[in-house]
Write a protein that binds this ligand. Structure first.
Ligand code: FAD
Length: 442
């Protein structure tokens, strides 16, 4: 038994971890275990990949085929986004969609149907997925795509590992000319102004905003919109990157060596940080050329940054509200956060485009992600936020969740009952379950 937790360091459980590098070994693990769940790099925040029996996919991680005429990559599900960036970026290819960390596996990206800064234009990861092979609970392997075994395909995209173990996958990479992004930032003095910027720049390929969730009054929801587009060769002409356009600059990563005491992050320190960060950005549009790592993965440069929340861990609270209700709903939530004295160190706002999968999290509207250190009374406070999110027709991201109630899940995910039915049809063994699926009765 090993003590395991995911990125939020909550919950921590004792589990048996099995590993496989070929299908026969996986089959024998499956047929000799009770219930199991797949786990990649454990970058979901809560309990989606926790169970007393965990199957680690990290040794099932080979690139199998690449077609450079159309960018189709075939690989095993334990391949990480870091592996893909390392090998394919110097060859002029990048991920079609990427979350804010490259320390995730392809299997994890499909099971959470992850989104990036380009959801408003390109949808979530599974939109770029062509097909996959999945091992079911009885050890049989099924191939699926949008045309073949469609139910299995759509319920595995965003299905949180509950339909089977994703083995091999085929998805499309994006052609790029350089390892650089043309980045622009613009400051907004409140939530309405920030949303206006999102809409003004909706044709920009990548948009995301940092939001100051502690500002109040007329400055409530102030923030900085960050936009980006891939730089072409002509964009880096005359710069020091011109001679090696597809090479990422070498950088030293720093790390948080131990858990910080829980008082380090308090309302005062976060307010101070927010003030400095906001003022750092000029009022006018600011242009810079940044490398892909700095643009997409700023937090990856600080190893173990999750330790700043202390030994008790933290939860990331991410929800989405339908577009027409987003402003009112977010303002209500920001007011409550401000009034009740809760402090989120990191607050990130994104605009989603149309929903592309039935059980996936994104829907057309705004999504806000907030980090809360675990303290007495937090879960009660989040229950209160849950009911506001539901009252505006929103829902919560399963891959970030560690504490939501079953009623909240079913009220937010109207397709959950269909998902349950399909899952039962696909796999009668009921082998796949996580702490989360048990808590939510999925
Ligand atoms: C710093 C940071 C930033 C992030 N930013 C974003 C973001 O911008 N957008 C976003 O969408 N997400 C984001 N995430 C969340 C992250 O992308 C997802 O949680 C992702 O699923 C993690 O992948 P993983 O390989 O670590 O899988 P795990 O965390 O181990 O597992 C996640 C889920 O995938 C399932 N799973 C994993 N492998 C398989 C497999 N082979 N077969 C079947 N099921 C499998 C697990 O059972 C579980 O349900 C972020 C996380 C961090 C830590």
């Amino acid at each position: 038994m090993t003590t395991v937790s995911n990125w939020g360091n909550y919950p921590r459980i004792d589990a048996q971890i099995f590993s496989f590098s070929d299908e026969d070994r996986l089959r024998s693990i499956l047929t000799s275990s009770d219930t199991v769940i797949a786990r990649g790099l454990g970058r979901c925040y809560g309990d989606s990949s926790l169970n007393t029996n965990i199957i680690s996919t990290l040794k099932f991680n080979r690139f199998l085929e690449f077609d450079s005429t159309n960018g189709l990559l075939t690989c095993e599900a334990g391949v990480t986004f870091e592996d893909i960036v390392k090998y394919f970026l110097p060859r002029g290819w990048f991920l079609p969609v990427t979350p804010g960390t490259k320390y995730i596996t392809v299997g994890g990206a499909i099971a959470s149907d992850v989104h990036g800064k380009n959801h408003h234009k390109d949808g979530s990861f599974c939109r770029h997925l062509e097909s996959m092979d999945i091992m079911l609970g009885d050890g049989t392997i099924r191939s699926c795509s949008r045309d073949h075994n469609k139910e299995l395909f759509i319920s595995t995209c965003g299905g949180m590992g509950l339909t089977g173990i994703i083995l091999r996958t085929v998805f499309r990479l994006r052609k790029i000319e350089t390892a650089y992004i043309k980045q622009r930032t613009e400051r907004a003095s409140n939530l309405q102004a920030l949303m206006n910027l999102f809409e003004k720049y909706e044709n920009e390929p990548y948009t995301v905003a940092w939001l100051d969730c502690l500002s109040d009054g007329s400055g409530s929801g102030r923030g900085v919109l960050i936009m980006g587009d891939h730089a072409g060769k002509t964009d880096i002409e005359g710069t020091r990157y011109e001679t090696s356009p597809l090479t990422l600059p070498k950088k030293k990563n720093i790390g948080i060596p131990f858990y910080l005491p829980s008082f380090t992050l308090n309302r005062l320190t976060v307010k101070l940080f927010n003030e400095i960060y906001y003022r750092m950005h000029p009022t006018r549009m600011n242009y810079s050329l940044v490398d892909i790592d700095s643009f997409f993965y700023p937090l990856d440069s600080i190893r173990n940054w999750n330790r700043i929340y202390g030994r008790n861990g933290f939860v990331q609270y991410q929800f989405v509200l339908p577009k027409e209700k987003s402003k009112e709903g977010m303002e209500t939530i920001l007011n409550i956060i401000s009034r009740k004295g809760s402090t989120s160190f990191l607050s990130v706002l994104k605009l989603f485009g149309k929903q592309n999968n039935s059980i996936s999290f994104p829907m057309e509207g705004y999504t806000l992600a907030l980090d809360f250190p675990i303290r007495r009374g937090l879960f009660h406070f989040l229950d209160e936020l849950d009911s506001i999110v539901l009252s505006y027709g929103g829902r919560h991201y399963l891959t970030k969740d560690a504490r939501m109630k079953k009623e909240t899940f079913y009220a937010g995910y109207r397709t959950a009952h269909d998902f349950n039915r399909l899952r039962k049809e696909i796999d009668q063994t009921a082998k796949f379950s996580s702490l989360q699926s048990k808590r939510l009765d999925i």
